[in-house]
Design a protein around this ligand. Structure first.
Ligand code: GUN
Length: 295
């Protein structure tokens, strides 16, 4: 069996077009563009690439982009002051503080300073709590993007067995909450799980978000399972370059799975598209307008 390839790049392009249409309707209704502020501390090369891509995509969607690049030496109190000034800025609908922050800064304290209404990453305790107990949460971008791909592929997820591998606050935990909300039977597996292949083999849906290159093998999967690979790992190549691989061994998995996301071109492009979507939703809520129905 050869699995269908889930084209996250194409889905993300469609979502970005729908967001851009929403932006075009927002401006005449409110007299302003939705605005996203992105804060980067230090010079981590991967974070710089992500932040540049986010700024570019924000402008392409027709939104206002505010970039704040601070030196590695920035003190926690200065960073929190900046976040609080963005909280108070009427032209800013979304605030994203790029993680990881330099080790001496307490990430939780910085995230706690973000106004939950502008928390387009969905990282505040308020939004994590709303996702858990119900209510209008801002949902973290990567897991929401994974859910969109799953629903596009499978339709109603009710009753399906889902195994989420990884228990991070950014992906694993919110992913499990989203799947539970869709009436899946959800297992969160992690590095201490006993007999992970046997657990994964039960799943109709596997979401791998562990950061271990090509860990999930084809013989860990139930035939026909839908596999969402959140991993982005760089492996050295014989010629001295690197190649990008996910947390799933694509070659063996695609012989068993029913459908699978590739790396690159699967979940990756969804994260930024959902960030734009969350910013548009936040802008509507702040302006007292209903968000566009189909996003
Ligand atoms: N670092 C890696 N992924 C993310 C993300 O989704 N949001 C933020 N703020 N930082 C990240």
């Amino acid at each position: 069996m050869s699995a269908a390839r889930i084209d996250g790049k194409a889905f993300a392009a469609g979502l970005r077009e729908r967001v851009a249409a929403g932006v075009r309707a927002f401006e005449p209704a409110t007299g302003r563009k939705p605005g996203l502020a992105v804060v980067l501390v230090g010079d981590d090369p991967a974070s710089q690439v992500y932040v540049r891509a986010k700024g570019k995509a924000t402008l392409e969607a027709g939104m206002a982009s505010f970039e704040h690049r601070l030196p590695d030496s920035t003190r926690q109190a200065e960073l929190i002051d900046l976040v609080q000034s963005l909280d108070a800025d009427e032209t800013v609908d979304g605030i994203l503080v790029q993680l990881p922050l330099p080790g001496r800064i307490d990430e939780a304290a910085v995230i706690a300073a973000i106004d939950p209404a502008k928390d387009v990453d969905g990282f505040t305790t308020e939004n994590a709590g709303r996702l858990a107990v119900g209510g209008a949460a801002m949902v973290p971008c990567t897991p929401l993007g994974c859910l969109m791909l799953l629903k596009d592929r499978l339709g109603d997820l009710t009753g399906l067995e889902a195994v989420v591998i990884g228990r991070s606050n950014i992906v694993g935990k919110p992913m499990a909450q989203l799947l539970l909300r869709e009436n899946c039977t959800v297992t969160i597996a992690h590095s201490r799980t006993r007999d992970l292949p046997a657990v994964t083999r039960r799943a109709d849906i596997v979401v791998a978000a562990v950061g271990r290159p090509e860990m999930v093998k084809g013989d860990w999967l139930k035939p026909g399972a839908t596999v969402i690979d959140v991993g982005i790992n760089r492996l050295p190549k014989a010629d001295g370059g690197t190649r990008l691989v996910g947390d799933v061994d694509y070659v063996s998995a695609s012989e068993v799975a029913g459908a699978i996301t590739p790396v690159p071109g699967g979940v990756g492009p969804m994260t930024i598209a959902v960030l734009l979507r969350n910013t548009l939703v936040a802008a509507h809520r702040r302006a007292g307008l209903p968000p566009p129905e189909r996003l």
